[in-house]
Design a protein around this ligand. Structure first.
Ligand code: NAP
Length: 281
């Protein structure tokens, strides 16, 4: 068996086209403020990509670069200013932050209605309750891909490997909301292989190259690889041993070109939603 490769890049392009069409209906362009603190190389690439996505969707992007040695107070002052700005619908603070700045007070300072990453406790609580305004971008991107490929989690056994606040936990909640039966695995799960073998839909979100091997995957499973790792040669790769698992799975996401582009498209979607809500209010 050879799996269907789920094309996140194509779906992201289609999604962004749809967003651009919706933006054209608004009285004012949506605005996204992207804040980068410090000189983390990977974060600089992510921010550049977000600027590009905004331009493709006709969303105004306001990018802010604060020096590595910035303080929590300086960052909070900027967030306070952005919270009050009429032309800013969404605010994103790129993570990770430099060590001297704690994450929690920063994420809590973003006005929940402008929290397009959906990391504010209000938005996380709404997600738990099943009435989210914004869904976190990576798991909602996965849900869009499942929908595009007509994969309904209802009645399926979904196994999520990883339990971070930004990927694993919200992923589990969204699958549960769509009536999947969900198991969440993590570093203390003693029998990872046994758990993964139960999966009709397997989502890997750990950050370890080749953690998921073909012997851990049920024949005909759907395999979603969220991870973005660098292998020894510096090449981008996921958690899944792609060539071997693709022989067993029914559908599989590649890395790159799978979940990553959809995460970015979902940020644009949340920014559009923020603008639509504010223009209606
Ligand atoms: P994270 O905060 O480091 O969480 C990793 C999770 O994996 C933790 O819950 C950890 O368990 C679990 N884990 C570690 N080793 C394990 C093992 N041997 N077996 C089972 N579980 C194990 O990472 P994250 O932020 O969720 O990101 C996960 C991956 O997704 C990374 O590669 C990241 O780069 C990628 N990512 C991709 C996108 C995208 O757009 N595609 C977006 C965000 C993140 P404990 O909780 O017990 O420590």
């Amino acid at each position: 068996m050879s799996a269907i490769i789920m094309d996140g890049k194509a779906l992201a392009a289609k999604t962004k086209e749809g967003i651009r069409a919706e933006v054209a209906k608004l009285q004012r362009k949506p605005g996204l403020a992207v804040v980068l603190v410090g000189d983390n190389g990977a974060s600089q690439v992510y921010v550049r990509n977000k600027v590009k996505d905004c331009s493709e969707c006709d969303i105004a992007c306001y990018d802010y670069y604060l020096p590595q040695e910035s303080t929590l107070e300086e960052l909070l002052a900027l967030i306070g200013e952005l919270n009050g700005r009429e032309d800013v619908d969404g605010i994103l603070v790129q993570l990770p932050l430099p060590a001297q700045i704690p994450e929690k007070p920063v994420l809590e300072a973003i006005a929940p209605e402008k929290d397009v990453d959906a990391f504010h406790p209000d938005n996380m609580g709404r997600l738990l309750r099943g009435d989210a305004i914004y869904q976190p971008c990576t798991p909602s991107g996965v849900m869009e891909m499942l929908k595009e490929y007509h994969i309904d989690p209802a009645g399926k056994h979904c196994v999520v490997v990883g339990r971070s606040n930004i990927v694993g936990k919200p992923m589990a909640l969204l699958l549960l909301q769509e009536n999947g039966t969900v198991t969440v695995c993590h570093s203390r799960t003693p029998d990872l292989k046994e758990q993964c073998l139960q999966a009709d839909i397997l989502v890997a979100a750990v950050g370890r190259e080749k953690l998921i091997t073909a012997d851990m995957v049920k024949e005909g499973a759907v395999v979603i690889d969220v991870a973005m790792n660098r292998n020894a040669a510096g090449k981008l790769c996921g958690d899944v041993d792609f060539p071997a698992v693709a022989e067993k799975a029914a559908c599989i996401t590649p890395v790159p070109g799978g979940v990553g582009p959809m995460t970015r498209a979902m940020l644009m979607k949340n920014t559009l939603t923020a603008a639509q809500r504010r223009q209606k209010a």
